[in-house]
Write a protein that binds this ligand. Sequence first.
Ligand code: SF4
Length: 99
Amino acid sequence: MNKMTIDMPMVAQCNATDCAYNLEKKCHARAITVGDGVHPGCDTYFMSSGHVHEKKRMAGIGACKVSQCRNNTDLECMADSINVGRSGNDITCMTFMAR
Ligand code: SF4
């Protein structure tokens, strides 16, 4: 596998414990994508009874499609870290701040 090193904001915490990438309220995807252009939902959420095994891998935010967030520049998240959690039926970026 080819590897590259890039700076990304981290997912500090995620309460979506029924997601396959979630172990102990931490996201262990390599990188998540946030947003559908309007709502800051987690696009990577995948409800599953099975979970990933790699606890050392911590998720970053690979892309965010919510340009209306104050932390968003050029469709990338510039926050230091974000929290993800449930908002009604949605799994949402809780760090979202409307411009
Ligand atoms: S803080 Fe804003 S820019 Fe960063 S992931 Fe959340 S919604 Fe996107």
